[in-house]
Every structure is written in C-alpha cells, then in structure tokens.
Write a protein that binds this ligand. Structure first.
Ligand code: ATP
Length: 366
C-alpha cells in the first residue's frame, strides 16, 4: 500500500487547503494511505506527531479555508545534510516514500534536492546502523511531486499558481474601496502590493482597477525620468476629469539602474504635483482569507494530478511540477521551471528587462 505525505512550505497562499484536501481524498480513492506533514520541513525533521494520517473526513470543509491548516514554516535545518537525513529517518520510520510538496520555488528546490539525495541518505542510515538493509529495501527511492502554492504567480512555465488569483481579487476589492474614498476627497493613492520579485499582482491589479500608473520590476522605470512621466500622466488624467489617482507599486519595483522604488518615493512625486497623496501598503490581507473559485479548482485538479503522478512515476522520472498552461493541467520537470524562474531574477539583475518579461509567461506584460 502506497503511503503518500502531503505538506505545505514557504509562504502560505489561499487554495493550499484545497490542494491538501484533493491529495488526501484522491490518495484514499486510489487505495493509498495519506499523511499530512504539519509545519512544513520543520515537521518533517521533528517527525512523530508532526506526521499524521489523514482520513477522508479530516479535510471536510477545507476547500474554502484560507491559509494552510497544516501549518507552514521556514526551516534552515532542512538546508543542511543532517536535517534532510533526519527527515528521511522520520519518513522511513512511518513507511512513507512519496511526498507532495505545495510551496514556492525555494520549497520545491529543497524537495528536489531531498529526492536526489534520498538513496545516499538511506545508505547512510543503514551504514550507521539506524536501519537494517532489509528494513529500508522498499524505500530505496523517494517519489516527489511539486505543486506551486504562491500568491506571487512567479513560477515560469505555469499560467497561474495556487493563490495568485485570490490575492489579485483581494487587491482589486481593496483598491476599489480606496478609490471610493479617494474620489470623495480628490486624493491620489499609492498602493503597494505584494509579489516579491514578480510584478504580476501589481500589473494585473493595475489593469483591473484602471490605475493611472504601475511600477513593476520587469518593466523597470527609467531612472530620473519616471518622475516627470508619472506627473504628466496623472495630470493628464485629472485634466480629463478624473477625481482621483491610483498608482500601484509592486513591493519589488525597480528603476532601470536597479534602485528600489518605494511607495513613499512615488507619493513624494505626487505631492510635488500638488496632489493630496497618501500611501496604502496592503500587506497581509492580500494573502489571507478564502480562496476564489479559480484557486479552489486549480488546487483540486492539480492535487488529483499530483497523486496520479506519484502512482505513475518511476525512479528515473524527474520530479514533476504540476502546472497549468492554456487551461490544461500539465506536468513539467520541476527543476526546469525552477531554473527558468531563477533566470528571470538574473535577467533583471543584468538589466535585461525585455527577456525577464518574456519569461514571465504573461504575454501582455510586454
Ligand atoms: P515563498 O515563495 O512563499 O517564499 P518558498 O518555498 O520559495 O515560498 P523559501 O523560504 O525559499 O520559500 O523556502 C521554504 C523552505 O524550503 C526553507 O525554509 C527551507 O526549509 C526549504 N528550502 C528552500 N531552499 C532550499 C534549498 N536550496 N535546499 C534545501 N531546502 C531548501
């Protein structure tokens, strides 16, 4: 009987619970035992009560719950060889040799490393007398499948990630609220949104709310020039009768010399224009709350496919990442997508913004 563990790692995102639910129930449907690893890699290292078998009814009502109900954490020990050995010990002790990890690129890189190291870790556990060779024989290989749980939508090779559309929806709703009061007082609002090094949330929120101007890292604003352009655009919109201004700033916004552009920098320029300008940093409300329908569906379909992938994989199959491309759930070699994602950061560092935008998989970013 296959024993599959499912875990969430890195930053939480709406829809993670729907993914866990889908993995648990699909696993049970296919006759597997399914475990939840609580508290991300920290739980994998601690073992014991952090690895809990899940029943069908344990995940009842999880579709709509925000965050992750099995907890998540950042765990430095998992970056160390001894930490991963401890994790291997805990999994083998429970008889688990398949892992579905829902997290960002860091978590998935860690998972892929864990899998490639697994045969060595098992060998070490035999050599140091922790397990007998017979005992570990059924666990010589680890099966690992990745699901992308991230509000940032920053994974190359997938149209969206679990949580991104929930965060986008929340941002739009909040900008609408801000617009209502801004219009009343003829104010300008600079809204900082999450996304780390990715401008997807800022760009799409800007389009969906009809913002005057958007700052994203992939389309770096020209240093010393964006100020006058911003003023010109906002002024033009005012002259056409607009009573408010909205500027969306991605938290990782840059100018083309790679200087960070903060919401305050933008506000100060608007104040110079004589506008009553204010800054709103949306913060963690973007992350929390229930998942929108898209993320519930995405997480469910991908959770189902993750279990199918576990059951179909051979030791030679590269760790797959379950994504979505043109409305189809797809499997891609995980590290290929992670490398491509990392290359966007390198392109930005090299000021090759055009290439960075192309790799974001969002055509209209260009
Ligand atoms: P988010 O995008 O929300 O930040 P993430 O998964 O990228 O999510 P990280 O903090 O990068 O978040 O990674 C989460 C955890 O994954 C780390 O705390 C660590 O335990 C593990 N991890 C990350 N990178 C590696 C790595 N190179 N080797 C081993 N483990 C890693």
């Amino acid at each position: 009987k296959k024993k599959i563990a499912v875990m969430t790692s890195g930053g939480d995102s709406p829809g993670m619970n729907a993914a866990i639910r889908a993995v648990v129930r699909t696993g049970i449907h296919f006759g597997c035992d399914v475990y939840a690893v609580y508290e991300g890699y920290e739980g994998l290292l601690k073992g014991g009560k952090y690895l809990r078998q899940m029943q069908w009814e344990d995940v009842r009502g999880w579709l709509s719950e925000g965050g992750t109900l099995i907890g998540t954490a950042r765990c430095n020990e998992f970056r160390e060889h001894w930490g991963r050995k401890q994790a291997a010990y805990n999994l083998i002790s429970e008889g688990i040799d398949a892992l579905v990890v829902c997290g960002g690129d860091g978590s998935l890189t860690g998972a892929d490393l864990f899998r490639s190291e697994w045969p060595t870790l098992v060998e070490e556990l035999v050599k140091d007398g922790t397990f007998t060779a017979d005992r570990v024989e059924p666990y010589r290989n680890l099966t690992m499948v990745g699901l992308i749980g991230s509000i940032d939508n920053d994974m190359a090779g997938s149209d969206s990630t679990i949580g991104a559309f929930s965060a986008l929806g929340r941002i739009c709703e909040l900008v609408d609220y801000i617009d209502a009061t801004a219009k009343s007082h003829s104010r300008a609002f600079v809204v900082e949104v999450m996304g780390r090094h990715c401008g997807w949330l800022a760009l799409l929120a800007g389009i969906a709310t009809g913002a005057d101007y958007i700052f994203i890292p992939e389309r770096a604003a020209p240093k010393d020039k964006w100020q006058s352009e911003l003023k010109e655009v906002c002024q033009r919109h005012r002259q056409k009768g607009r009573r408010n201004n909205t500027v969306i700033v991605a938290e990782g916004a840059l100018d083309n010399e790679l200087n960070h552009i903060s919401a305050d920098d933008v506000k100060n320029v608007l104040v110079e224009l004589g506008l009553d300008a204010k800054v709103t940093i949306l913060g963690h409300v973007q992350r929390g709350g229930t998942a929108v329908a898209h993320d519930r569906l995405l997480a469910t379909l991908q959770g189902v496919d993750a279990v199918k992938a576990v059951l179909e994989m051979t030791p030679e199959t590269p760790s797959p990442l379950i994504g979505i491309l043109e409305n189809k759930i797809i499997r891609k070699p995980l590290m290929e997508s992670v490398e491509l994602t990392k290359s966007v950061a390198t392109d930005i560092k090299n000021k090759d913004f055009d290439k960075a935008i192309m790799l974001r998989d969002t055509e209209f970013m260009e």
